[in-house]
Design a protein around this ligand. Structure first.
Ligand code: PHE
Length: 328
């Protein structure tokens, strides 16, 4: 019994050999049945019962193997050619936005920034008012907003995550806040109604504008190459003072002037500044004791530049021919 249970039958030829060996007209079962004649009469009953158990067991093993091989037959793969090349698995690629986002997270992690996330559906306080942009403030027009109701909206930037952190944590705070944001803009090759940002915040005692500049320079060199330089142009954001626009030297034409930098040799990649004391106050952080800087960059913009892509809409169309080109 054990011998038949342990049999390994890989194909129909082996199945047939098994049948002949145990169940055939000259097989083992036949011999055992023949021996029945020699069994003394008083033992015949017991021997006969055992014989029947054995026979039905062997038949059952045979039928199980037969069925298994027939199932295999349906797939017609019972004879493997191990030298044949395998069927390649179509491995997915990471989305380019994710590749760049992860790269940005890694770069900032190396200089001590951790990652924080927050809700995409925000309230007015966190997205605007706490960021020194009360209702009727003209700066609200800088970001066209999708309102859900008067007080609820799709966040227009990831700055509200920073407000949530400052409200709940004591300085020092050193975080970046990657995430998706929404703006009611006409969709074109350069703009979309949804995109991604990485914003950063550092609050501590004695944080200076020089710290901000050095942080951004470190990021630009790690991201775009050691030759890259940065430039800060005076600008305005309600939540930072002073504020600046962040440009990097065009690494595509090496500052000579090309269509990407429109001949200027510089491309803009984000905004930044020193956190306005009134924002700290809104979050109950002592602005006499602490200062901080903040910056914000669009991941799409950086991805377009890094890969030389000229249409932002490609990121959201999920065309596999486009997506397949990116590996991480
Ligand atoms: N929140 C700004 C925006 O989305 C970017 C920014 C962040 C600017 C931090 C300055 C400081 O436009």
């Amino acid at each position: 019994m054990e011998e038949t249970s342990a049999a390994v039958l890989k194909n129909t030829a082996e199945l047939e050999a098994f049948r002949i060996k145990y169940l055939g007209t000259k097989g083992a079962m036949k011999d055992i049945f023949d021996a029945f004649k020699e069994v003394p009469n008083e033992n015949k009953k017991e021997y006969g019962q055992l014989l029947n158990v054995l026979k039905s067991h062997v038949e059952q093993v045979f039928n199980q193997h037969k069925e298994a091989l027939e199932n295999l037959d349906e797939g017609a793969v019972h004879d493997f050619d191990l030298s044949m090349p395998g069927i390649p698995l179509d491995i997915g690629a990471r989305h380019p936005i994710n590749i760049i986002k992860n790269e940005m997270i890694e770069i900032f992690a190396r200089i001590g920034f951790s990652v924080a996330e927050g809700p995409e559906i925000e309230d007015d306080w966190h997205n605007f008012t706490a960021l020194n942009t009360p209702e009727d403030h003209p700066a609200r027009d800088m970001q066209d907003t999708f309102y859900i109701n008067k007080n609820t909206l799709l966040r227009t930037h990831t700055s509200p995550v920073q407000i949530r952190l400052m409200e709940t944590q004591a300085p020092p705070i050193r975080v970046i806040t990657p995430g998706r944001v929404y703006r009611n803009e006409t969709i074109s090759a350069r703009a979309h109604c949804t995109f991604h940002q990485v914003e950063g915040l550092y609050i501590n005692d004695n944080v200076s504008f020089a710290d901000l500049k050095q942080t951004l320079l470190y990021f630009a060199k790690e991201m775009f190459g050691q030759k890259v330089e940065i430039r800060l142009r005076p600008s305005f954001f309600p939540f930072t003072e002073p504020s600046a626009e962040l440009d990097i030297t065009c690494f595509i034409c090496d500052r000579k002037g090309c269509p990407v930098c429109k001949g200027s040799g510089w491309v803009e990649i984000g905004g930044c500044g020193m956190v306005d004391p009134s924002v700290l106050e809104n979050c109950k952080i002592d602005h006499e004791k602490y200062t901080g800087f903040a910056f914000g960059m669009g991941i799409e913009r950086i991805t377009l530049l890094k890969y030389g892509i000229d249409d932002i809409r490609l990121f959201y169309e999920n065309d596999v021919r486009f997506l397949k080109q990116f590996t991480s």
